[in-house]
Design a protein around this ligand. Sequence first.
Ligand code: AMP
Length: 193
Amino acid sequence: MKIVFLGAPGAGKGTQSERLVEKHGIVQLSTGDMLRAAVKAGTPVGLRVKAAMEDGGLVSDEIVIDIISDRIDEPDCANGYILDGFPRTVAQAQALDRILAEKGIKLDAIIELVVDAAAMLARVEKRRADAIAAGKPVRKDDDPEVFKERMVKYREETAPVSDFYDADGRRRTVDGMQPIASVAAQIDAILAA
Ligand code: AMP
């Protein structure tokens, strides 16, 4: 099963991905997680993306396209995967179509978790408070100012990805404002159809 999850920062893509990973024995491919790991490990890619990530900007299309293209060839992807946080620009979406066509792969679903901006900010603030309460490191991009910048980028660069997939009717939407279990049920209904 191969799924693309779309949705603004804080929409709950990570939460729903984790559930589907368990349920279907697939892997979650979060470009954000991969980039954070690269920054932490101090790899050449990590050094190139660090500033953009900390400022709430997007890293270059070329970098994330290469990361995803290589990653989906790994053996653990054979059973399927969820793309979480990719594609984030129309150029990435076009590249993904091209890469998948070259590899002879067909996506099962492109699903957007739709939530409103105020709710997203509240979720990010909660994630930050929970991390602090648990003594875990706070993600730098969960800072409210950085979050606002991420929302600007989302509106400018990522919202058009929804239109891109709408052009040929591929995008499915779920109401991300519902409780987690209800969002899960909506997603399962799409995947079962
Ligand atoms: P996330 O964990 O998905 O919210 O991603 C955290 C940060 O990583 C984003 O704010 C961007 O700086 C960067 N990032 C993650 N995925 C992408 C992508 N597909 N394109 C560009 N930048 C990305």
